[in-house]
Design a protein around this ligand. Structure first.
Ligand code: PNS
Length: 158
């Protein structure tokens, strides 16, 4: 199964989802999605590296990057499921739309499972991390300790 996302950057909430997936499935592929037409402040390779270091304790989790359509990637690698974390009703609306789109685009070959976010992470998002880090604020509760310094530096303004 695959856990796709922008992971800009990966948060402790994302890692919690990967940990739960690693208990539920034999093999988990975390996929950093990137739009080739867009320039990101932080490269896909950097985001992959941060995730790899954050999941080093999970032997059945590997990390990849994809610049195309998620449904095509899932079909090509033979994944039957996409798993996404859901924090609230707004996420539910967005993720349900993506579920329909990905099911359609994969001609029914790929289904989506939505995992409720564990309560201590419901407030957390990559955009909050970017915002706090841009002002030099403390993001230690938001991202895994092993990537803390690098993430803080990468998004700090100026
Ligand atoms: O971290 P996010 O923003 O929840 O991730 C959304 C993401 C990257 C998984 C989604 O935008 C995506 O799959 N993009 C890749 C292009 C694609 O397949 N688009 C159609 C998705 S319905």
């Amino acid at each position: 199964m695959i856990c796709p996302g922008s992971f800009n950057p990966v948060t402790r909430g994302h890692v919690n989802v990967f940990e739960r997936c690693s208990r539920l499935f034999d093999e988990v592929v975390v996929v950093v999605m990137h739009n080739a037409a867009k320039t990101y402040h932080v490269s896909a390779q950097q985001r992959v590296d941060w995730i790899e270091r954050s999941v080093a304790h999970l032997p059945n989790v590997r990390v990849d990057a994809c610049g195309g359509l998620l449904a095509e990637y899932a079909v090509q690698c033979g994944a039957k499921f996409i798993v996404k974390g859901v924090r609230d009703a707004a996420d539910m609306v967005v993720e349900t739309q993506m579920y329909y789109a990905n099911r359609e685009a994969s001609q029914g070959q790929v289904d989506t499972l939505l995992l409720p976010t564990q309560e201590e992470f419901v407030y957390l998002s990559s955009s909050i991390v970017r915002d706090v880090a841009s002002y030099g604020g403390d993001i230690s509760a938001f991202v895994p300790p092993v990537i803390l310094e690098q993430v803080a530096k990468a998004y700090r303004k100026g």
